[in-house]
Design a protein. Structure first.
Length: 300
């Protein structure tokens, strides 16, 4: 008698992000830190119902890259990324392509096929914030996908301001507060009221953290099911997943029983990567053949 357990696979929960920014804005480093890897992503291109893996040369012309291409890291397939290489001065055609993509993906019938968030990267190591921020408010005209302004290389920005003060003095007497004042006056003022943003440092280092980016993204999601999806794919940072679950998921979970097994089972719902493969979770009743919990089933 064959007693071998059938293989169990993870639910195919996908959190889809469009990342926007010009070359050298630090986009690849951000994605690698989010997925806790040093590898390059695998790129897939869809043609009709077919999907093929492709290789792109970074030196290719802009037209060789498509915002439709899907970037996936082999160690973290819960995220699907799309990449837009930013907008050249006066590049209305490129803006319209991205807007159409956002409009199309935000209206997909299946939740896992929709676009869930947009990360708009603005590098802080240059003197052209107005140009980099020009189309921030135009990316999602329907306002149905949250757009997070991601100010990259913020550590270099602070260093540049400090060096400038050393060379030319500090007439306003701001001292260590000078970089933040410069940021408010030259960058943040262009976003508009209520815009969500993060300042990222040390993304080129292996110990760089995108924790605040994930938290800001979760806070911008207007549906609890989307927050649950983001928690579910955060397999690399359990501490952050628990924090998001406590803040966004558990307040809406009803515990109608004093049965500890039922309570534990409901608490594990946001962590499918645990309950599918864990013998303890299987003892609670989680199996691949089961109907997913109601909130989780909307993600599949």
């Amino acid at each position: 008698m064959d007693t071998q357990q059938p293989s169990r696979r993870l639910p195919k929960i996908k959190f889809r992000v469009l990342i926007i920014g010009r070359a050298n804005a630090g986009k690849t480093s951000i994605l690698q830190r989010v997925c806790d890897t040093t590898e390059s992503p695998v790129i897939y291109r869809r043609t009709g119902f077919n999907e093929e893996q492709i290789q792109l040369d970074p030196s290719m012309e802009r037209g060789e890259h498509s915002v439709e291409d899907e970037l996936v890291f082999s160690n973290h397939e819960g995220y699907i990324f799309h990449d837009s290489r930013g907008f050249e001065s006066g590049g209305n055609e490129e803006l319209e392509i991205v807007q159409e993509f956002v409009r199309q993906k935000s209206g997909e019938r299946r939740l896992k096929d929709r676009l869930h968030a947009i990360w708009y990267c603005i590098p802080m190591d240059n003197q052209r914030p107005v140009l980099d921020l020009k189309h921030f408010k135009d990316i999602c005209p329907d306002r149905n996908v949250p757009v997070i302004a991601v100010f990259t290389k913020y550590d270099q920005f602070k260093l540049n301001v400090e060096m400038e003060l050393e060379d030319h003095g500090d007439p306003d007497g701001l001292g260590t507060a000078a970089p933040e004042r410069r940021f408010l006056e030259h960058y943040l003022c262009h976003l508009g009221d209520g815009a969500r943003f993060v300042q990222l440092e040390r993304m080129h280092k292996l110990d760089g953290s995108c924790k605040n980016l994930i938290e800001e993204t979760a806070g911008a999601l207007n549906e609890d099911v989307l927050a649950l999806m983001l928690v579910a794919v955060q397999t690399m940072n359990i501490e952050l997943s628990v924090k998001l679950a406590v803040e966004r998921i558990y307040p809406n979970v009803r515990f109608d029983t004093k049965d500890m097994r039922d309570i534990v089972k409901k608490c594990l719902v946001p962590f499918p990567h645990i309950w599918v493969v864990s013998a303890f979770a299987r003892s609670l009743g989680f199996t691949p053949a089961d109907t997913p919990p109601p909130l989780l089933s909307r993600m599949l």
